[in-house]
Design a protein around this ligand. Structure first.
Ligand code: MG
Length: 468
């Protein structure tokens, strides 16, 4: 009798285990994407005065990636690349003249591109875009036409739609450094409707997080993908009353400390709802700090360069992956890129990445799950139509350099600048003369990379004709 009872219990246990496994939900994905956050702006990435306890805890519980790159040094192309897993030079989201989309731009990310949201929808994911979009503001380009169920945020940068006269140039800088709500007529949108204009930017960080928490609560029983693209710390800097004059680092520090607190609220929500162990959260930034704004811009820490350029500070981002119980905590020095998120999420969700087009991303499951090194060996640094630099393993060659801003012409280097990023992350010591064989190999890799990219139509230059 006893044996029969034991057998019944064992059978029941195995059946329920099999049932649980067959019903195992694929993981949820949350991407927290900051705007112009520098590599050196978090406590866990070495900032001495900005307090980021929640992000530091996230980094301690998760993985801090120290060689993780955005695909471009400015907003629009960087965002297009994250969502499509493709270089901007392939999707047409590049230009040598207008580097990002503006309120008078006539175009956006083509609907023929396939986004992470569209791919995850095929697996039944709920999807939301919250925050800055910047991939086209007309209704045919907004998030709901690119696989997102809902949208809440500003459709382009928070310094656009200026109401002041931006000439002389000092007016522009003065206004951005002493920001008032009425200086910008930026709309806040829900789905495809404007709900507030000008947007009250002081509460954007908090309101985006409120929306994110609402979305998570509403979808806690199904898989979800949340793309939370904060507007901060892009100039003009705004923070809510609670964070005014709190940081030792001044206004910029207040803004980062508010972002940190709101990341804390989001992770707390995931823990409270017992979703933390089944949600992969990625925290990163779209490009480096905006150095034009002096102390109101962020810091690239020990990296050279800033937003707009192809030295490391322009594109290497402070990046944290977090999923307690699945990701072994630690520091990952292998190379990764925002373009890798699409193939990684597809692999983890059990869906195929698109096969009818070239992807520039790699599946990072192996390094995330501590089952191997990053498959990414190479990182190309494009600016508009030019391949400026290439990283392969430890080495980085700059074929062309150019000032981040200010209209200086590109400088072609007959012998590229060469750095070993493992020993010289600050790109201080050009070792080209000692390594002709590495230069030859980097040139070969660059030519091979360029050959695989057919010319495509540029989607950033077209403007809406002015009204007569
Ligand atoms: Mg940006």
């Amino acid at each position: 009798m006893k044996t029969i009872i034991f057998r019944c219990i064992a059978l029941l246990f195995l059946t329920s285990l099999a049932f649980a496994q067959s019903n195992k939900r694929p993981p949820n994905f949350v991407v927290i994407f900051c705007d112009d956050l520098g590599y050196g702006d978090l406590g866990s990435f070495g900032n001495p005065t900005i307090r980021t306890p929640h992000l530091d805890r996230m980094a301690a519980e998760g993985q801090r990636w120290t060689s993780f790159y955005s695909a471009d040094s400015v907003c629009t192309p960087s965002r297009a690349a994250l969502l499509t897993g493709r270089l901007p030079i392939r999707t047409g989201m590049y230009s040598d003249t207008r580097r990002v989309l503006f309120p008078d731009s006539a175009d956006g990310l083509p609907s023929s591109e396939i986004t992470i949201a569209e791919l995850l929808k095929t697996k039944g994911y709920a999807t939301a875009a919250i925050g800055k979009w910047h991939l086209g503001w007309q209704s045919e380009f907004l998030p709901m036409k690119q696989g997102f169920d809902s949208y809440f945020g500003i459709p382009y940068s928070n310094d656009m739609d200026a109401t002041f006269v931006a000439t002389p140039r000092e007016n522009y800088f003065r206004s951005l450094k002493n920001p008032k709500r009425e200086y910008w007529n930026v709309p806040l949108m829900r789905n495809e409707q404007i709900v507030e204009r000008p947007a009250d930017q002081t509460t954007l960080t908090e309101r985006y997080t409120d929306e994110a928490i609402k979305f998570i609560s509403a979808n806690k029983n199904k898989p979800f993908f949340l793309y939370l693209a904060h507007s901060m710390p892009h100039m003009p800097l705004f923070r809510s009353k609670k964070f005014e004059n709190k940081s030792q680092r001044g206004l910029y520090g207040d803004v980062i400390e508010e972002l940190d607190a709101n990341v804390g609220r989001l992770l707390y929500t995931l823990r409270q709802m017992k979703l933390d162990r089944n949600t992969l959260v990625v925290f990163t930034s779209d490009n480096g700090p905006w150095a034009l704004f002096d102390e109101q811009g962020g810091s690239a820490g020990l990296l050279r360069g800033a937003k707009g350029g192809t030295y490391e500070g322009g594109m290497r981002e402070p990046t944290i992956f977090w999923q307690p119980g699945t990701l072994k905590p630690g520091v990952v020095t292998g190379i990764g890129s925002t373009m890798d998120l699409l193939p990684t999420f597809c692999a983890m969700a059990g869906t195929a990445a698109p096969k009818d087009r070239v992807l520039d991303g790699y599946d990072l499951s192996a390094p995330l799950l501590s089952k191997g090194n990053s498959p990414r060996q190479m990182m190309p640094y494009w600016r508009g139509s030019r391949l400026m630099a290439l990283r392969h393993g430890s080495f980085k060659a700059h074929f062309i350099t150019q000032a981040e801003y200010g209209g200086g012409a590109p400088v072609m280097h007959p012998t590229p600048e060469l750095y070993n990023l493992d020993v010289d992350p600050s790109e201080k010591y050009n070792i080209a003369a000692q390594h002709p064989e590495v230069i030859a190999e980097m040139r070969r890799l660059a030519e091979e990379h360029k050959k695989g990219i057919p010319p495509v139509q540029n989607h950033l230059d077209a403007r809406i004709p002015p009204k007569k």
